[in-house]
Ligand binder design. Structure first.
Ligand code: PLP
Length: 448
């Protein structure tokens, strides 16, 4: 729950930070404390108008509360407000960012990759595809039809041709369709999504890698959502095999602000080949690069970036190192187990059926009904009925072919089917599955 006592920790750390600057001549800033208090109270009241994202009964979209350490370290760093563009703007936080990049790279078996933090997965993917376009000018980017919608738009921004590749019944990139596209030529880069935003599916990376090598194209992994799961111990054999070959790809995107316990504004792009750094050369006369050490602004498309994001991530990694079998990975296991439990419980219910076996912690499920229009209508009704009981889910429009292949008994009457979707991102979800199922069943029988 929201615990105001956390602020005692921040007060102590802030005093330690202030001690580092006591030899400067004193000055004070005029602050109208009463006016600040009134405004802050107003903000607190306004912020009540939100779903309770931090609570286990929020089991909807990909929203996970930042860990206390991340929240406090981020807040603490704001009294310095470092800018990780250049060492002049943020010495300590730039060093922390480089350590974070090493740790994230190591998670994928990469020793000292090139990379940096970004505002999020979209900026990180933009950067990876910008590099791809520099190396394969005017060549097509391929991603599956279940990939994040921004890949098409990013390609547009970069003026690169983009094509969506069909998926199979599990929502994974179809290998025959991919091979057909590669045979057609003019492809520069294939995007493999590890954790598709809708279904949480993992594209078949081992086979995609073999194809990418055969046709001489780049392979970029968008693991903005699923990237941390390589640490989990509860993965199935297929999922393990996918993550095991991730070190062979050209670039990886992972979002610490998705599963990495960070506040928003923290994505990450990594390149296995540090040589791509030379593509970023710029000659800005305004940039204040004061030393020969690497300034992160030299290898980033963005200029100013929040050092606070690096500070928060560094503190989180210090407390919870990226170790398989460690505390952090046990939380990912909790999420995997929660999804599996929930899926199994859905099979047992009279009113619902799961669409697929979850590959990660995303479960898509649908009210049992005779045709797709009725499923969509029931999904909406249940979405609203459980919200009235404080349970918050998400709706996902899934292509009817995927639903029909997995649930052949129902009649496809529309192009897409609105299904219910839950992301069990919080480790607490594991203990809340029964309760969530009960609310769903009550809602389904109550308004049947
Ligand atoms: C969330 C997500 C993105 C976009 O990332 P943002 O951080 O929201 O910009 C891209 N790809 C995948 C697979 C995602 O899950």
């Amino acid at each position: 729950m929201i615990n105001p006592q956390e602020l005692d920790l921040l007060r102590d750390a802030l005093a330690t930070l202030a001690e580092g600057f006591t030899d400067l001549p004193d000055f004070s800033t005029d602050i109208d404390t009463e006016a600040v208090r009134d405004t802050l109270e107003l903000v607190a009241e306004k912020m009540r108008d939100n779903y309770p994202y931090f609570h286990p009964l929020y089991a909807g979209q990909m929203l996970k509360p930042p860990h206390t350490i991340a929240r406090l370290a981020y807040a603490l760093s704001l009294w310095i407000n470092p800018n990780n563009h250049a060492l002049d703007g943020g010495r300590a936080s730039s060093a922390m960012e480089k350590e974070c990049i090493s740790a994230l790279g190591e998670m994928y078996g990469w020793d000292k990759p090139l990379g940096h933090l970004t505002g999020g997965g979209t900026m990180a993917n933009l950067e990876a595809l910008w590099v791809a376009g520099q190396l394969h000018p005017q060549k097509t980017i391929l991603a599956s039809s279940q990939a994040h919608y921004t890949h098409g738009r990013i390609s547009q921004v970069l003026a690169l041709p983009f094509k969506a590749v069909d998926v199979d019944q599990y929502g994974r990139m179809d290998l025959d369709a991919l091979e057909d596209e590669l045979r057609g030529g003019r492809v520069g880069t294939v995007v493999a999504t590890l954790g598709t935003p809708g279904l949480g599916a993992l594209d078949p990376l081992p086979d995609m890698l073999a194809l990418a090598k055969r046709f001489g194209v780049r392979l970029h992994v968008d693991a903005a959502y699923g990237g941390y799961f390589c640490l989990a111990t509860e993965l199935g054999a297929r999922q393990k095999a996918v993550f095991q070959c991730i070190d062979e790809v050209d670039s990886i995107v992972v979002d610490p602000h998705k599963h990495g316990l960070q506040p928003y504004g923290c994505g990450c792009v990594l390149f296995g080949d540090t040589g791509v750094g030379s593509l970023y050369k710029h000659g800005s006369p305004y940039t204040y690069f004061s030393s020969a050490d690497l300034h992160l602004g030299e290898i980033s498309l963005e200029c100013s970036r929040p050092g606070a994001a690096a500070v928060a991530l560094w503190a989180t990694l210090k407390l919870f190192p990226l170790e398989s079998g460690g505390k952090f990975s046990s939380w990912l296991d909790d999420s995997l187990i929660a999804a599996q439990l929930f899926r199994d419980r859905m099979v047992q219910t009279k009113s619902f059926t799961p669409l697929l076996e979850p590959e990660l912690d995303i479960v898509v499920y649908l009210p049992r009904a005779a045709d797709s229009a009725t499923v969509s209508k029931r999904s909406r009704q249940i979405f609203e009925a459980v919200a009235a009981r404080d349970l918050h889910l998400a709706l996902a429009d899934i292509p009817v072919e995927i639903v029909h292949k997995n649930c052949p008994a129902f009649e496809p009457t529309t192009a897409t089917v609105s299904c219910l979707r839950s992301v069990f991102m919080k480790s607490e979800h594991r203990d809340w599955v029964e309760r969530i199922v009960r609310i769903l069943e009550q809602a389904a029988s109550g308004d049947a």
